[in-house]
Design a protein around this ligand. Structure first.
Ligand SMILES: Cc1cc2nc3c(=O)[nH]c(=O)nc-3n(C[C@H](O)[C@H](O)[C@H](O)COP(=O)(O)OP(=O)(O)OC[C@H]3O[C@@H](n4cnc5c(N)ncnc54)[C@H](O)[C@@H]3O)c2cc1C
Length: 379
């Protein structure tokens, strides 16, 4: 039997798989897609994510192909604040198709077996009246054949819409907020600077992120509260970009180089990061909001914590207390940042909050600079 079966080969799945294989576990990583594949994202790794990758000896590769990020510009109604990271702290902008392929290749190089084109339909469960445990996954291949694949430890890394977490009642979209993301790449008509500044433009009811990425492109993501129905994605993006003079001038009539991608609703709550036999990692374990730009850092940190716990279970053969330990550890490692992210989400959920934040930024930009550094895990 497999030691570990992981559904989803995004950053969380790949880094958990690699960590476990390096410690001698037999790991099978599956994904419904073939890599490289695209993923709607702001394409930024914040300084905290770069530090984490360095800690696990992942440098060079896709990171070296990316553009260094030296800070962030945040604008609001009547305010614009630039915060630069310390000289020794840099983020990186890199397209997710390149980042994710590189991380996956690092996992395979560490001994992970990877099988693309396999969709996890649900957890393989053992149920009794008062007890549910997971013993692997129910998998469907591209020709529609469904099989049961047992494993000592199962890890759900299958993203925000995790079929595995939902099959055991652990993940759901909350009733509020209901935000959707629209993402596209536009041509940049000037050479890339040596280090780029990411942008976040926060307005009442919506916000837009923009960053220069390799390949003379600008990644633009627009996130909207309950988007109006009936508009094509590109028209919807333009209708919001037109509301702001600067964004309108830069993007409202530009043609994206690829079709617009759409995702939503974005927020996901998970009541626990697992149950006996199963750990959830990355967005499958919960997702707050992309505004703070730290999803990858949180996803990979949570994945490494779960990999530690999985190793402990493999060595002891005992699941007693494992899920509780993982929940406590996640709180210790991620809790304060998740609370900060929820606070930012609440603040920007109302027009009054956005205008108050704009006013605060105008009179006390230092507070906003601190928040930008906090969001970037760059203190
Ligand atoms: C609009 C937007 C912008 C963002 N911008 C940023 C940013 O700039 N910086 C940042 O740090 N974070 C950002 N994030 C957050 C970041 O994208 C996520 O936190 C990150 O992708 C989580 O990684 P993951 O591995 O958990 O999931 P994913 O990257 O979603 O990977 C999940 C993998 O699982 C596979 N999969 C899905 N379902 C199944 C299934 N049933 N069976 C098998 N495989 C399956 C998918 O194909 C995919 O490869 C953004 C998010 C959004 C929505």
């Amino acid at each position: 039997m497999l030691d570990v079966l992981i559904a989803g080969a995004g950053p969380a799945g790949a880094i958990a798989a690699r960590a476990l294989a390096l410690r001698g576990a037999r790991v099978l990583l599956i994904d419904r897609e073939t890599f490289p594949r695209d993923k709607l994202c702001g394409d930024t790794l914040n300084p905290g994510a770069i530090e984490l990758l360095r800690e696990v000896n992942l440098t060079g590769g896709a990171l070296a192909m990316g553009l260094p990020i030296a800070g962030m510009r945040v604008t609001g109604p009547g305010a614009s604040v630039v915060a630069r990271y310390r000289d020794d702290r840099r983020g990186v902008s890199v397209r997710r198709r390149d980042l994710d392929l590189w991380l996956l290749n690092q996992a395979v190089a560490a001994g992970v077996r990877f099988e693309p084109g396999l969709t996890a339909q649900s957890a393989l469960t053992v149920d009794s009246a008062d007890f549910v445990a997971v013993r692997g996954l129910v998998i469907r291949d591209r020709s529609g054949v469904v099989t049961r694949m047992p494993a000592s430890v199962t890890i759900a890394a299958d993203g925000r819409r995790s079929a595995v977490a939902r099959s055991v009642g652990l993940g759901a979209n909350p009733a509020s907020p209901r935000r959707w993301a629209y993402g596209a790449y536009f041509h940049a008509d000037n050479p890339a600077p040596e280090a780029v500044i990411g942008e976040m433009h926060v307005r009442a009811g919506w916000y837009a992120g923009a960053v220069r990425v390799p390949g003379d492109l600008i990644n633009v993501c627009v996130v909207v509260d309950r988007p109006p129905a009936g508009l094509q994605p590109i028209e919807l993006m333009r209708s919001f970009l037109r509301r702001d003079p600067e964004l309108s001038r830069r993007f409202a009539t530009a043609e994206p180089v690829e079709p617009v991608s759409v995702l939503g609703p974005l927020a996901v709550d998970a009541s626990s990061a697992g149950l006996p036999g199963l750990f959830l990692v990355g967005d499958a374990a919960g997702f707050v909001d992309p505004m703070t730009g730290d999803g990858l850092n949180l996803a990979m940190r949570g994945a490494l914590v779960a990999a530690d716990e999985a190793m402990r279970v493999l060595e002891s053969g005992d699941w007693t207390g494992a899920v509780e330990r993982l929940n406590v550890r996640r709180q210790q490692v991620l809790g304060s940042k998740l609370r900060f992210n929820r606070w930012v989400r609440r603040l920007t959920a109302s027009s009054a909050g956005v205008y108050a934040a704009g006013l605060a930024a105008a009179v006390a930009p230092g507070i906003v600079r601190k928040m930008i550094v906090e969001a970037g895990d760059a203190a």
